[in-house]
Design a protein around this ligand. Structure first.
Ligand code: PMP
Length: 451
């Protein structure tokens, strides 16, 4: 049995129980893992649906051009559909987005126009204005506008909702969705509430988005809007796909908490998901007091972690934003008390170096002259030299000097320290605030990482 095109693999994604992160919750938590779609996100569903409706309504004709302002998941879905159905795609995106994202869209045949980020939406150079202009200039083109295109939510009403209803055999009690255009939550939520009006639909919003305040008060408050790091959800306006009667509450999740939770989902559940999956599950954890024993919660995991490898799955990126507290050089030596680094001078003998190694059970000894490190001796280095020439024991340390250990900042994270340790370098050094040297060896690092 074969499928007619890649588009036939869209949908029917698995619903998978979370077993570790949610173990203290009284209920069952299931994830609708949408990265199983061919474009690695839930947006494949609405991309194809919007295109089909446009075809039916005669908005696009064979050989036409699809135009949208997108850098991510919707673009991927549209590009796949365009490949199969024989359309061209032009996407506008901003220079804030990573180059990889544009390259991925180009790989599946789309033309990508990169526009400046720091201009108002009304500015003719903005990605929004450029896509709108292109839609009027390019013949036989169709401007998708996923925000206000109601085929977006229809895709989820027709697919995502029924799939979840069937997969839970009607037992679902709560749907939790990180929401952006509103397509996923409204389409899925409407279907499920029509099946059972008692089902609760919880929306997860980002700080820097006005959606929650609008839901709570009816006010479109631009003071709620500011730049944020979370991706894929939250908005600075209310797209036409929203119909708030299908949402029961909004909960906000911080950039940090969403990112940290996404990393936990990958590590603890083995699901390599995108940022908003972390935010979605984090939002649920914040609301856990509202859950009861027999509840069956479905969280939507919108996309795949590969899009975020340079972001939330990069330790450096996480640390720079204060999202990851890492053990540092300082933390590793803090448990040692006042124990000083064992050092030796270049004038001392190899025998003395070996005695020190035995006495203090150390393998690496910095060689110091006038308070500065001029090199080092290591157990493995001396072992090789003595095997070749036993009489070397009486010679000076200066004659067997190995390279100095790298000196790093006192707050260097442990993960970075390991990159300094090589075959030749068994240790790294650092000075504390008072200028005293401390040493960390390969074994200290292994022990700390194993803990
Ligand atoms: N998460 C991710 C990763 C997304 O790409 C999107 C779509 N912008 C959403 C969440 C929100 O989905 P929707 O637009 O259907 O509300």
């Amino acid at each position: 049995m074969w499928l007619n095109s890649i588009l036939d693999t869209i949908g029917n994604t698995p619903l998978i129980k979370l077993n570790k992160i949610t173990k203290d919750l009284p209920c069952t938590v299931l994830a609708k893992v949408e990265y199983f779609n061919p474009g690695n996100s839930i947006k494949d569903r609405m991309a194809v649906k919007m295109l089909e409706v446009a075809e039916q309504e005669g908005k696009i004709k064979p050989g036409g051009t699809i135009i949208e302002g997108t850098s991510g998941n919707t673009g991927m879905g549209l590009a796949l559909a365009a490949c199969v159905k024989g359309y061209k795609c032009i996407f506008t995106t901003t220079d804030k987005q990573s180059k990889e994202k544009a390259d991925i869209l180009k790989a599946v045949g789309a033309e990508v126009i990169v526009c400046p980020t720091n201009v108002e939406p009304e500015d003719p150079r903005s990605y929004y204005s450029v896509s709108k202009r292109l839609a009027t200039e390019v013949p036989n083109s169709w401007y998708v506008n996923q925000y206000d295109n109601l085929a977006n939510r229809l895709a989820h009403y027709e697919q995502t909702g029924p799939e979840i209803w069937e997969q839970t055999e009607g037992k679902i009690t709560h749907l939790v969705v990180a929401t952006g255009t509103g397509g996923t939550i409204i389409g899925t939520g409407k279907y499920l509430k029509e099946k059972n009006p008692n089902i609760k639909v919880w929306a997860i919003d980002s700080y820097g988005s006005l959606l929650k305040k609008y839901f709570d008060t009816g006010e479109l408050d631009n003071k709620e809007v500011y730049p944020y790091i979370s991706e894929g959800f939250g908005e600075d306006f209310v797209p036409a796909n929203y119909d708030m009667q299908y949402i029961d509450l909004f909960e906000k999740v911080t950039d940090k908490d969403g990112a940290v939770m996404a990393r936990r989902i990958a590590k603890e559940e083995g699901m390599f998901c995108g940022y908003s999956a972390g935010s979605c599950l984090q939002g649920l954890m914040q609301l856990k007091n509202q859950l009861k024993k027999d509840d069956v919660v479905v969280c939507i995991f919108h996309d795949h972690g590969s899009r975020y490898v340079a972001k939330i799955y990069n330790d450096q990126w996480m640390m720079e934003r204060g999202f990851l507290e890492m053990k540092t050089f300082k933390d590793l030596i803090s448990g040692r008390g006042t124990q000083k680094v064992i050092t030796i001078t270049p004038e001392q003998t190899v025998s003395e170096a070996i005695d020190l190694m035995k006495q203090y059970d150390v393998e690496n000894i910095p060689v110091m002259k006038d308070g500065e490190m001029i090199g080092a001796v290591s157990e493995s280095g001396l072992f090789n030299k003595i095997l070749n020439n036993n009489s070397i024991k009486t010679e000076t340390v200066a004659s067997v000097l190995e390279k100095s250990y790298p000196e790093v900042a006192f707050d260097t994270p442990v993960e970075r320290l390991s990159t300094f340790i090589t075959k030749e370098n068994g240790a790294v050094l650092s000075r504390d605030e008072s200028g005293t040297f401390h040493i960390i060896t390969k074994y200290d690092i292994i022990q700390s990482l194993a803990r």
